[in-house]
Design a protein around this ligand. Structure first.
Ligand code: C5P
Length: 233
């Protein structure tokens, strides 16, 4: 199940597709993450097009709304045949259950569904002052992960450095999908809590999400294959 997901953070369909064309001769078809920027700019057609080219897709739209709206939206995303999508755990267990119901197709199959716990951009101070959550960030993250598990979700997005703590609370089958990946010899960019693909493997991440170390590399295919070798072996 372990895989490397490339964050296709491009502003237009054309940029995303010409980037993916570079992987034509690659021995592996990359699993691709489509985020809000690309989805809202290019619309659902970009999902259909990338899917038609044989890539698996993580549609990272982080839904957070009333349960009925989330259920209906997830029905639409499920019909797009994505492989993984997500919601904010802050939407409550009821909302996460509704998301799961909406995603489930008539034959019982569905894309993987994961939750965002606390965004990595949220500090403990901000959580306390802006969100009035009087817990440590690790308590909040593990509690939200446990709620996602109770709602029947498959896992969470988290920092690779939180993966072990979450597995301990929710079980080793509970998936951890981890951004914040950098090669040891590269720039951190704006990421703070980072680790290497090899270390993410040791810690127990199931999927790593890698953007700029691949998208901004001189040779993206070589950078991708380096991630695959270090993370999957
Ligand atoms: O370029 P980089 O490797 O930093 O990209 C990481 C990707 O993972 C981006 O699409 C970013 O939005 C996403 N992400 C993240 N941290 C989170 C959740 C998502 O970096 N907590």
């Amino acid at each position: 199940m372990k895989d490397v997901i490339i964050a296709c953070d491009f502003g237009s369909a054309q940029q995303a597709l010409s980037f993916l064309e570079r992987f034509g001769g690659c021995p592996r078809k990359p699993f691709v993450k489509i985020g809000m920027e690309l989805y809202y700019g290019a619309g659902p057609d970009i999902v259909r097009e990338i899917k038609a080219r044989g890539h698996r897709i993580f549609l990272d739209l982080k839904l957070h709304d009333i349960p009925n709206t989330v259920r209906k939206t997830m029905q639409v995303l499920s019909a797009l045949d994505v492989d993984m999508t997500n919601v904010h755990a802050a939407g409550t267990i009821e909302m996460m259950k509704a998301a799961r119901e909406g995603l489930t197709r008539e034959d019982g199959s569905r894309p993987l569904l994961i939750a965002v716990t606390q965004l990595t951009s949220t500090s403990e101070e901000r959580m306390r002052s802006d969100l009035l959550i009087d817990a440590t960030i690790n308590e909040a993250i593990t509690h939200y992960a446990a709620c996602a598990r109770e709602a029947g979700l498959d896992g969470v997005v988290c920092s690779p450095l939180e993966a072990a703590m979450i597995k301990e609370r929710c079980g080793k089958e509970f998936l951890t999908v981890t951004p914040g990946i950098r090669f040891a010899d590269a720039a951190a960019d704006d990421q703070v809590r980072i680790t290497t693909p090899a270390r993410a493997r040791e810690i127990g991440s199931d999927f790593i999400v890698v953007g700029r170390p691949i998208t901004a590399a001189d040779d993206p295919v070589a950078a991708y294959m380096r991630c695959v070798k270090d993370f999957i072996g």
